[in-house]
Design a binder for this molecule. Structure first.
Ligand code: NAD
Length: 274
């Protein structure tokens, strides 16, 4: 076997939710450059279309589809578009997710006053927002008898981060769901379906900028300084830092890797703080 071919993902039909966002947008570009056919799915349909057009202009193959990961009919419509264009779904990356201020316990808003609706919103986006796409696109994989699913977890899943109560709980649920789904597919549908997750460390993006940098001065907040001090590699991640792990998990290079959550975190998880 040619070892290089282990990581070949040419021609794979890859659906990415939240693909107009910072991290998954970069994944979409990189996977298309590696020869995959990419369906850019996002609540922001205009941004999804624009990214797909950018990928096509650069010589890649991509379609942009507006989707709400919290509404099954919307996902089913997107699935029909993807099947019409690509004829199959090899990979689903559940990238839609995030946090918001209203569900963040801090000096402005103590835990006791957090609105239930905000807690629910964040939990739903991060947990239900991966379960529903897995129902819709996972069913296609069950029928095909093969497929790969990658969930996007977080450092908050292993040990909860301060302030982000609902986000941490939902990402912990994602790790559990990753294991549950891996076993469920194999036992009931096919041993050629793998479900894994990536747990990124800290990447400075829109969802966490308000926590990590001072909105007025742009300087790191106390929390931002703590994150950097707790990351042995001494920096935030960049979106490109996730690409190698995504390609590996999609490819035959990871064909016996199943139910795993892979940290990509500059050593954050390994560091006890002393
Ligand atoms: P982002 O906000 O840039 O992207 C998220 C995308 O999801 C946006 O384009 C948004 O329009 C889309 N989205 C939101 N609600 C949706 C819905 N209901 N249906 C469909 N799409 C929807 O965020 P990001 O930082 O690129 O994060 C991507 C993933 O990585 C998220 O799951 C996030 O929790 C996770 N993550 C991020 C970090 C980080 O440091 N940024 C760290 C760990 C994990």
């Amino acid at each position: 076997m040619e070892v290089r071919n282990l990581f070949d993902i040419k021609g794979k039909a890859i659906v990415i939710t939240g693909a107009a966002g910072v991290l998954c947008g970069e994944m979409a570009r990189a996977l298309a450059r590696a020869g995959a056919r990419v369906a850019v799915l996002d609540l922001n349909g205009e941004k999804a279309q624009a990214l797909a057009a950018e990928i096509r202009a650069a010589g890649g193959e991509a379609i942009g589809v507006m989707v709400n990961v919290l509404e099954k009919p919307s996902l089913e419509k997107a699935r029909d578009v993807v099947l019409e264009e690509f004829g199959k779904v090899d990979v689903l990356i559940n990238g839609a997710g995030g946090n918001k201020k209203e569900a963040t316990a801090d000096e402005r808003q103590p835990f006791f006053d957090l609105p239930p609706a905000a807690i629910q919103w964040v939990f739903d986006l991060n947990f239900i927002g991966s379960v529903l796409p897995t129902q819709v696109f996972g069913k296609v994989m069950a029928e095909q008898g093969e497929g790969v699913i990658i969930n996007i977890s977080s450092m908050a899943s292993y040990r909860p981060l301060t302030k982000t109560i609902s986000y941490s709980a939902a990402k912990a649920a994602i790790n559990n769901f990753t294991q549950w789904m891996a076993v469920h597919f194999n036992q009931n549908y096919s041993t050629n379906i793998r479900v894994n997750a990536i747990a990124p460390g800290f990447f400075l993006t829109e969802q966490n900028r308000f926590l990590l940098t001072d909105e007025k001065t742009g300087e790191p907040t106390t929390r931002g300084k703590q994150v950097l001090a707790h990351t042995p590699m001494g920096r935030y991640g960049t979106p490109e830092d996730l690409i190698g792990t995504v390609i590996w998990l999609i490819s035959d290079g990871a064909k016996f890797v199943n139910g795993a959550v892979i940290p990509v975190d500059g050593g954050f998880m390994a560091y006890a703080g002393v």
